[in-house]
Design a protein around this ligand. Structure first.
Ligand code: NAD
Length: 353
């Protein structure tokens, strides 16, 4: 057990369970909103319209233009809609892209937010916002972007396609794994991270067999919530740096990139992270935890290599340079050569280690 640590909890109010969307109107009132704007991606417009219908008079309609990586141009468009409709709050219905737009709007207006997550990305639990301007992603940290309330209605996740459930679930596990070896970790977050990993490792195989099984979806969303808390509470290391680089500079898709990279990042750090390895062995069983995680990904149908995600092999050198360019907290020192080798393994989908 850690003998010295700092724990600082972030505020959160969570309504969890199947059917909790029915409590949205009372939550809107509780936060003093009378005309919140509902935001979503174009793909989830129909479902978001359903949320607007639930609010009846107590809404100012919707904005359905949320996009991956929160482009500032989209935020500006939504800001104009907010002010034109005199909206007094935000309801974010969707995955990390939608939550990102809502956070970007809250940062600029200080309006209260209700998040209704429909993936396992976990953004609703973090004070982190990544925005893209002129093709460059900038990350800021501010409690102003934290949603006041999160409604985790399990029923919305039954429609998350199986392939996305797998990659988004592994994206969540990645938050927990890096929290377990974060230099600023603490026992509370480590407890959550281990419990969360166990929940997702149990739930995801059931989710792929029976996508509309409420029991399995409940356990998966519970795990994803705790992974989000871990992501917001302690610093992330090599894995998130690599995914940020691959997504930001080479346009690789967010969750699938996490799904491919995680076993390799864990293999890189394992020898320097004995507590994390012990926790993961309690979840995955004895043996090499990076190999176990890789096999788990294969078993549930995760994409198996960076080549499969469309990365050009010629970009591996530059990706290694970018990932090693600036120091950041990580249990094992960042060595450019070893990272290049890691990327090579991930590119070809070889077993990690
Ligand atoms: P996403 O929000 O981009 O969703 C991908 C697609 O799936 C979208 O078209 C979306 O509308 C659709 N979708 C979402 N839920 C669905 C459902 N239940 N049924 C059917 N379709 C559904 O994907 P994501 O992986 O959740 O989020 C990725 C983005 O979130 C990235 O930009 C990433 O950087 C950001 N993110 C930020 C944080 C943070 O703390 N700031 C944390 C995690 C992710």
């Amino acid at each position: 057990m850690q003998s010295e640590f700092v724990f600082s909890g972030l505020p959160m109010r969570v309504l969890f369970g199947a059917g909790t969307i029915s409590r949205l109107p009372e939550e809107v009132t509780r936060l003093g909103m009378r005309r919140p704007l509902v935001v979503s991606t174009p793909e989830q417009r129909d479902q978001a319209e359903g949320v607007i219908a639930r609010l009846g008079e107590a809404s100012s309609g919707g904005f359905f233009g949320a996009r991956m990586h929160t482009p500032v141009a989209v935020t500006e468009e939504a800001l104009a809609v907010l002010s034109e409709r005199r909206a007094d709050g935000l309801v974010a219905f969707g995955g990390g892209s939608t939550t990102g737009l809502s956070k970007a709007l809250a940062l600029r207006t200080d309006l209260p937010q209700i998040a209704i997550p429909t993936t396992y990305a976990g953004s609703e639990m973090t004070p982190i916002l990544g925005e893209t301007r002129d093709g460059e992603k900038h990350t800021i940290r501010s409690e102003r972007v934290l949603p006041e309330t999160t409604i985790y209605d399990v029923e919305f996740t039954t429609g998350l396609p199986v392939a996305m459930s797998v990659t988004s679930g592994l994206n969540a596990i990645a938050h927990a794994v890096e929290a377990l070896y974060a230099p600023d970790r603490n026992p509370i977050i480590s407890l959550m991270a281990e419990t969360a990993t166990a929940a997702l490792v149990r739930a995801l195989p059931a989710v792929i067999e029976r996508p509309d099984d409420i029991g399995a979806r409940t356990e998966a969303l519970y795990g994803a919530w705790l992974c989000g808390v871990a992501l917001g509470a302690v610093g992330m290391g090599l894995h998130h740096k690599l995914c940020h680089t691959l997504g930001g500079s080479f346009d690789l898709p967010h969750a699938p990139t996490h799904a491919v990279v995680l076993p390799y990042a864990l293999a890189y750090n394992a020898a320097a992270a004995p507590e994390a390895v012990a926790a993961l062995r309690r979840v995955m069983g004895e043996g090499d935890v990076a190999v176990a995680l890789h096999r788990f990904g294969q078993r549930i149908g995760a994409p198996s290599s960076l080549a499969d995600l469309g990365l050009d092999e010629g970009n591996l050198d530059r990706a290694a340079d970018l990932a090693a360019a600036r120091p950041y907290p990580n249990p094992r020192p960042i060595e450019r050569g070893a990272i290049r080798a890691l990327l090579d393994d991930a590119y070809h989908g070889r077993p990690p280690g």
